[in-house]
Design a protein around this ligand. Sequence first.
Ligand code: ZN
Length: 254
Amino acid sequence: MKIVRVDAEADDITYGTVEPDGIRLYHGSPLFQWERSETVLPITQVKLLAPVIPTKVVAVGKNYAEHAAEMASDLPDRPIIFLKPPTSVIGPMSPIRLPEASLEVHHEAELAVVMAKVARNVAAEDVSNHILGYTVANDVTARDLQRSDGQWTRAKGFDTFCPLGPAIDTEFDPTEPHAITATVNGEIRQDGSTSDMVFGVGELVSFISSVMTLLPGDVILTGTPAGVGPIRSGDHVEIDIEGIGVLVNPVVAS
Ligand code: ZN
């Protein structure tokens, strides 16, 4: 099943699922309780929003060997985690706004995990029972500020720096290899496979849940493959994960 969150005309914000003839609307939320409605809207009539509103976004650094190498970093012996604020989340087609404070903003294509249930001290083999599904993320990063600040809160935390979407795929299997790419203005910049992660989804979620309780709707970004690079005002960024979909965002000056 592919779950979307939509701003349906004349309706409250609501969830839906992707069906062959359009978006089926639901009352409620897949995180708690939801109920199928009779309404199916053509996809051209709905504005897709970020598929979830997390209480936190936990991201993982240096989880692909070639990206760690391009950052002149050694591979960590445990996951390196950091937080992005929920206010950084935007949906498909919403603009990434470049802050004036940075001269070097980069794209980072990432597989995102969406939690379904409260998770605390979950064993790696039980993690899949706590996951709703998977979506596509862009861990937008002000690379110059990441270097100069010595920690990452500002560089990773600007408004609009966490595009998510277009849908949450509940059948995606992260243990299988899936192509993950970032394309800017039609040029492929990142071209990796989710099978190249250093720590897999089970290990990552288990580790993070030993540090902080994960709540329904929380999002985990699992790291980016090699090829990160700058985005500029006027650019068109597409992050594609095989099997889930393509997340498209324009880039604008702040
Ligand atoms: Zn990242």
